[in-house]
Design a protein around this ligand. Sequence first.
Ligand SMILES: Nc1nc2c(c(=O)[nH]1)N[C@H]1C(S)=C(S)[C@@H](COP(=O)(O)OP(=O)(O)OC[C@H]3O[C@@H](n4cnc5c(=O)[nH]c(N)nc54)[C@H](O)[C@@H]3O)O[C@H]1N2
Ligand SMILES: Nc1nc2c(c(=O)[nH]1)N[C@H]1C(S)=C(S)[C@@H](COP(=O)(O)OP(=O)(O)OC[C@H]3O[C@@H](n4cnc5c(=O)[nH]c(N)nc54)[C@H](O)[C@@H]3O)O[C@H]1N2
Ligand code: SF4
Ligand SMILES: [Mo]
Length: 871
Amino acid sequence: MSDAAIRTTCAYCGVGCGISATPTGPRSVVIKGDDAHPANAGRLCSKGTHLGETVGLTGRLLHPMIGNRRTSWDKALDLVAKRFRETVNRYGPDSVAFYVSGQLMTEDYYVANKLMKGFIGSANIDTNSRLCMSSAVAGHNRAFGEDVVPATYDDLDEADLIVLVGSNTAWCHPIVYQRIQAARATRGTKLVVIDPRRTETCEGADLHLQVKPGTDVALMNGLLAWCDREGVTDPDYLADHVSAPEGFWEHIRTGHDLWTTARTCEVAPALLEQFYRLFAATPRTVTLFSQGINQSIRGTDQVNAIINAHLATGRIGKLGAAPFSITGQPNAMGGREVGGLASTLAAHMDFAPEHVECVKTFWAAPTMATGPGLKAVDLFRAIGEGRIKALWVMATNPAVSLPDAGRVREALEACPFLVVSDIIADTDTSVHAHVRLPAAGWGEKDGTVTNSDRTVSRQRPFLAQPGETMPDWWIVKEVGRRMGWRNAFTYDRPADIWREHARLTAYRNEGRRVLNLRAHATIGNEAYDAMEPFRWGGGSPFADGRFPTADGKARLVLTKQMDVPAPLGQWPMTLNTGRYRDQWHTMTRTGLSPRLARHREEPLVEIHPDDAQALGLSDGDLARVRTPQGDSIFRVALSEGQRVGEIFTPIHWTDQVASGGRTGLLPRPLVDPHSGQPGFKSTPASVEKVTTEWRGFLILRGDDAVKLPCLWSTRISVPGGTLFEIAGNSDPARIEAILPKGDRVEAIDVSRGTRRVAAIIEGRLGGVLFITRTGLLPSRDWLIRQLEAEGVGGSVLAARGPGSQPDKGATICVCFDIGLNQIVAAIRAEQLVDVAAIGKALGAGTNCGSCRPALANILVQTVQETLHAAE
Ligand SMILES: Nc1nc2c(c(=O)[nH]1)N[C@H]1C(S)=C(S)[C@@H](COP(=O)(O)OP(=O)(O)OC[C@H]3O[C@@H](n4cnc5c(=O)[nH]c(N)nc54)[C@H](O)[C@@H]3O)O[C@H]1N2
Ligand SMILES: Nc1nc2c(c(=O)[nH]1)N[C@H]1C(S)=C(S)[C@@H](COP(=O)(O)OP(=O)(O)OC[C@H]3O[C@@H](n4cnc5c(=O)[nH]c(N)nc54)[C@H](O)[C@@H]3O)O[C@H]1N2
Ligand code: SF4
Ligand SMILES: [Mo]
């Protein structure tokens, strides 16, 4: 590591990888993995590797804004304080709300929670973590009495079996996935994936159960019934450390035989048996789960069904054996620790009267909230109904990410006073704001985050705060002070807040709560700055078999499989939603990286070929996905990995970058009864083909956020410019008018209805438009490269240079920019037999490794096709 390198933590997922960042200019940085960080030991995935491409100032919100007018911090903060104060005075504390995020630092989160729950006097502060892991929180609380993740990444290294339930780990937690693959290679760990889709995560697995969605309770109860029958439950552990509700075992022993379960889950009994046998035979088992479990209207029961299987077999609190809820956001866990959810209080307390009293006394709170506030979906419903009249959104984009986002937009629009703190000027949420507050972002901020395995790491600044941006903790405490609580919000630096948080975790604790940061209560500023990653709760918090419940025992929870109704009539399909490997949520940051954009350039609806055929859809068509909540248009991608009757769309595209692909409009706002987490993974839907008169693409120099006048358009960053994919019925001349001024060259092919136009400015390509009614469109690659070329002329319309390379195909390896066609060609020509050989031949997969599962898949497909062709 060079001297100038700053050690910090990745901005994205809950793996929480350590990063070594070396600034190379005012807004540029070289990013490397931090060899000394326990989460990643120097490795980074594609998103972490390309963080450097996202620290420019494109699109940044640099000044406080009231409406569309720039204003001073004083005016903006005074206005926010005044409107919140007036609203509370007039309508009471519950007429205002904060909606915050697992992407805040622990210190930011602590101050926001303190202001709302202790001083404004309402618990109407909820977080996007409600959409993310609140079912896991509810499940942990039910089973353990406290929200403690009983596993660490070290357990993955020591397990003999890892079960991934509802987790596309290869894409969403890539460094954990690499760690799992390392365990397979070094100790022969077996890997089972339980997911209704065949994802890339399955490429490196020993077994994939392609279950019917929503049947995980049946699957896990069936597993426990199997273990019970085979005598692999742990009677001593059960007797000493676990309590079971009345009727628990009778319930498990009835109707959970292999065949019944296989029928419910729609998997072959032989495969199910294979999984059950493997589990029964392997004491060192980790069951890792994420959104396929949490984001369900049965989420909390699904979580407890998993935990039940571990408790009953004594597979918890031991190295290599645990149920493991892996978190999504970089600081989802920190938010839980400071009580960012409307249903919890700070320091892992809840609204039990003694907890309320404890926190009230510690804060010297004048008006302490005494009961839970509204959970996210209900909160936005209350805004829509006019019951909440002032809302402050921080570091989240609910107009995109909440279910039934069309209603959410209406609520935001109707809200009498909306404040948005963000790093980006225009998001689908902030366009509705009365006041926009410019937050300092990753690389500028200072604080701590907690990753999935309870490791607390520092995020350290290595860039100056641009414009007038300020850290979130500062913004919130300034509003607190201006609302009249000067003494309670006196922090000068994040370390002040950290110490207070640490003191509260220790306050009146006496071993009651596992979360206890007593040792940090008096940490000095320098020690805080130098803080090494550390894990609270130790390796196995429940190693001694004692749980933070009243009787010290963990609890089995009786869970019943609810019916999963078959899709019917107008809504014959089931919509599942989730993530792409190289995009992060609503793309405000990953969308700035030209390299990351190449992995999936458009929002796809993945559909099984049989369904596509029945609907008259071909690969590459456009299709409208419709649900009772709304509709949006996607590009069709045929996929054998989908179950028949089920479709999948990505969550990332927004109004800012596309006119279609708006997944958020589609899910229904139904939630789990215990956690309030929405069932994002399953919504009745229909699909229909959309035909347009023409389709095409537009490439423009610079980062142009222009909205195009056509039925469908999506935009991505490419080196030196922007690529739009477009389709429509209206006159394409309106799009041609968007090309910059300059020399025009054009070519027209009347028979195919093809039109190619370029604007050339002093030998450089200003923009190019290709439209066709019935013909094919050329590869975009060569044209994109012309943005950076000199001496461009009319021949650019040929869309390929003299002797230029054949089309590379879809980008698979973003680090080395290697496309599908190149990989297939190399496998065939050089008879490559494994992923390592592809790496040697092309370099693909040898940097961040995120594309290795894709390479494995391409290898299998290519070899099969080649052998078939030879037959
Ligand atoms: N690249 C990338 N990585 C990310 C993020 C990102 O935006 N992009 N976001 C981060 C965040 S905040 C989160 S929460 C995590 C999410 O990480 P994951 O949970 O791994 O991601 P998802 O794609 O939401 O969904 C996981 C899988 O659940 C499956 N599933 C759906 N229904 C069911 C079911 O009924 N049963 C079972 N067993 N499985 C089901 C889906 O098919 C999907 O493959 O990723 C984090 N990492
Ligand atoms: N259909 C469907 N919907 C889903 C999901 C799904 O699987 N399916 N998953 C859900 C899940 S698990 C999650 S976590 C959510 C995520 O959804 P969101 O939280 O809405 O998504 P992000 O794009 O991460 O939003 C973060 C915002 O904070 C801004 N930001 C970044 N850094 C900072 C900072 O330091 N300070 C401030 N003030 N702002 C900052 C970014 O520019 C961005 O606008 O989506 C949920 N929605
Ligand atoms: S796995 Fe990737 S996105 Fe997640 S923390 Fe590590 S580098 Fe960042
Ligand atoms: Mo999440």
